[in-house]
Design a protein around this ligand. Sequence first.
Ligand code: AMP
Length: 116
Amino acid sequence: MSETSEDCIFCAIVAGDIPAEVVASTEHSVGFRDLDPQAPTHVLVVPRRHVPDVGSLGEASPDELADAVGLAARIAADAGLPGYRLVANTGAAAQQSVFHAHLHVIGGRELTWPPG
Ligand code: AMP
């Protein structure tokens, strides 16, 4: 697994090469606001190193996946959310558009089920 990938927008955000509104971070993960929020709280949590999707992260490094989920929980708690949704679109067929693992932390409005 490489540390970073050229032409990866989330690697550039982690490196501080392009701006993002970072809300919280750990040694392994960074949380920043989604550019196109789908809810009042919509934060992306990404591992610092480049991995294409969350499943690959879990296989390669369970500790880093756990770190990302823990950071997502802290972000939701800090936002005062009574509940929240973690979404990991995985693969183009599931609408993944950025191929650097990320968790969407979504909340602050009523969330319906099933998702679209
Ligand atoms: P996905 O479609 O699951 O791969 O999610 C990618 C998300 O990244 C989308 O919700 C985009 O709005 C978001 N996004 C893309 N570029 C940026 C950026 N530069 N800063 C913040 N969010 C971004």
